[in-house]
Design a protein around this ligand. Structure first.
Ligand SMILES: *[C@@H]1O[C@H](CO)[C@@H](O)[C@H](O)[C@H]1NC(C)=O
Ligand SMILES: *[C@@H]1O[C@H](CO)[C@@H](O)[C@H](O)[C@H]1NC(C)=O
Length: 507
């Protein structure tokens, strides 16, 4: 979540770098310029330029998709594909399909949302799970290939089945969103989104079209999951679905719950937790802690102004509050702020270059039906366009969803600094809802995998908080087996193990 050097949530690092000094040189004509909010953070980022190994050729996909998709008569153009992964898919007792498609977003001038759909390796009657990667502006392919997708990419560009892909227990959807992210594109810059209203409406429209195209899945349970900046997207999207259901709009979506991994949801509480987490983890000393904490009152003040005034106040809040994070990083040095046990290796702290290599192969693009679009891992334009959304508090919509019985799982790998577990735990505990007191009083109990403690969790009613051991920002990458079990148990209603429920948990 911090700007500049590190900012945020997966990959912002380079996104941010991208948007500043390279912009003129590296992005020629098809760069979309977003007029209002970009100047301030651009200036801010000037200081923090690094070499990038995932350097998109263009900052956003605009006209690249061309006619084949645009001219299609239907709103959804979908194809089944096979990328011939190696190894054993496991579990399968039936045929299962992998699909890629474009959806023409109706409330836009010309936007097409790219998605991938993997039928469950277990059964088509398993829940439908959608995953949203953060950024804002990072493609869902990051999660697909490095976290919870059906396969990983080997160095020789072969795909290998992931034994812990979430498609083992769900029918799994990945979307590239907001518009301009990954393989999604538009020919009209007016389609670029700036807030959660635009984002959640597009996602809702997509779901309606998806279930129209695949009516056999509409009755399945439906869960929304994601990570990082999706801590903003997910509560907004869940609220949009709930609202659509209540208003009897279109197809009823069988929303049962949502899960946020290492998310940014309540910035005020989360930014205030940085120094304490850093002190506890010995990234800074007491004297640093005292000094950096002096930045907190101004950050709080600007957040309040952002909430009341919006607009530029939200940009200045973003800049002010991220001073806290940057001050910590100046002291912590070259640690990986997504996993403080590690050094920041290469330009990104993680090396995801295989993904770009893989997705930009012609054979792969042909298989996915994406024409000649250059795959953009993280779009700086999308990132910049969403900056005014950054400091918004998305926690406010969650209590109403809890009261409607929608299950909420907030989980966090314990070694992530940027969206650390402490800040997440704090906002979850501070949230006002009917079960607040009971949740606060609930016992913390172990989350066990294969008989060993893999985390600690706490829950009451529909709300669960889980701190995952030995994991950073990307829990399914660091703890694939635990993350798969987490998802499965949670969807089965067995994860929220509370005092009163006794030991329903299988391990
Ligand atoms: C765009 O589509 C037209 C035909 O509609 C085709 O002639 C042209 O080569 C396409 N351009 C690209 C870059 O694919
Ligand atoms: C590519 O790498 C995978 C995993 O290391 C290996 O199983 C496979 O045989 C390799 N394929 C080729 C063509 O070398």
């Amino acid at each position: 979540m911090a700007p500049s050097t590190f900012f945020h949530i997966i990959f912002s690092v380079f996104v941010f770098c991208l948007c500043s000094s390279f912009s003129d040189a590296a992005y020629p004509s098809n760069r979309v310029s977003i007029s209002s909010p970009s100047h301030l953070p651009k200036l801010q980022a000037e200081k923090l330029i690094r070499e990038l190994n995932l350097f998109p050729k263009s900052s956003i996909n605009t006209a690249a998709g061309n006619a084949s998709v645009s001219a299609a008569p239907k709103n959804i153009v979908e194809k089944q594909f096979s990328l011939n992964p190696l190894g054993d898919p496991g579990l399968s007792v039936q045929e299962f399909g992998h699909h890629a498609g474009y959806y023409r977003l109706p409330h836009t001038q010309a936007a097409r949302m790219f998605y991938l759909f993997f039928e469950s390796r277990k059964s088509k009657s398993e829940p439908v799970v959608i995953w949203l990667t953060g950024g804002p502006g990072c493609g869902s392919e990051v999660a697909l290939f490095y976290e919870n997708g059906p396969f990983h990419i080997a160095d020789n560009m072969s795909l290998i089945w992931n034994d812990y892909g979430w498609d083992k227990v769900s029918n799994l959807l990945f979307v590239d969103q907001p518009t301009g992210t990954g393989f999604s594109y538009t020919t009209n810059e007016d389609d670029v989104r700036h807030d959660e209203k635009g984002v959640s409406n597009d996602l809702y429209d997509f779901l309606q079209a998806f279930f129209t195209e695949h009516p056999q899945y509409a009755k399945n349970d439906f869960y929304i999951t994601g990570e990082s900046y999706a801590g903003h997207y997910i509560p907004a999207f869940a609220a949009r679905v709930d609202q659509g259901n209540k208003a009897k709009e279109g197809i009823r979506i069988n929303l049962k719950g949502f899960a946020i991994g290492n998310g940014l949801t309540n910035p005020e509480i989360q930014y205030k937790a940085y120094t304490e987490y850093a002190l506890n983890m010995r990234l800074i000393q007491q004297s640093d802690y005292d000094k950096i904490n002096n930045l907190i009152p101004t950050c709080e003040q600007t957040i309040r102004t952002c909430e009341s005034d919006g607009g530029d106040a939200c940009l200045s809040s973003y800049a002010t509050c991220n001073d806290i994070f940057n001050s910590i990083m100046q002291i912590a040095g070259d640690i990986n702020y997504y996993d403080i046990r590690k050094k920041c290796e290469g330009n990104l702290c993680y090396d995801f270059s295989n993904m770009e290599r893989f997705l930009n192969q012609k054979s792969v693009k042909d298989a996915l039906g994406v024409g000649n679009i250059e795959f953009v891992s993280c779009s700086s334009t999308v990132y910049e366009a969403m900056l005014m959304d950054w400091m918004r508090n998305l926690e406010v919509g969650i209590p109403a969803l809890l009261e409607d019985g929608i299950r909420v799982l907030i989980y966090a790998g314990e070694y992530d600094l940027i969206c650390n577990w402490l800040g997440n735990s704090r906002w979850v505990h501070a949230m006002e809802w009917s079960g607040k007191k009971e949740f606060g009083a609930a016992r913390t109990i172990p989350f066990t995998v294969d008989g060993a403690e893999a985390g600690q969790m706490k829950s009451h009613g529909p709300l669960t908080f889980l701190k995952v051991h030995d994991a950073g920002h990307m829990v399914p990458m660091d703890q694939p087996k635990a993350s798969l079990q987490m998802l499965e148990s949670w969807m089965q209603g067995k994860l929220p193990l509370t005092r009163t429920e006794g030991s329903t948990y299988p391990n």
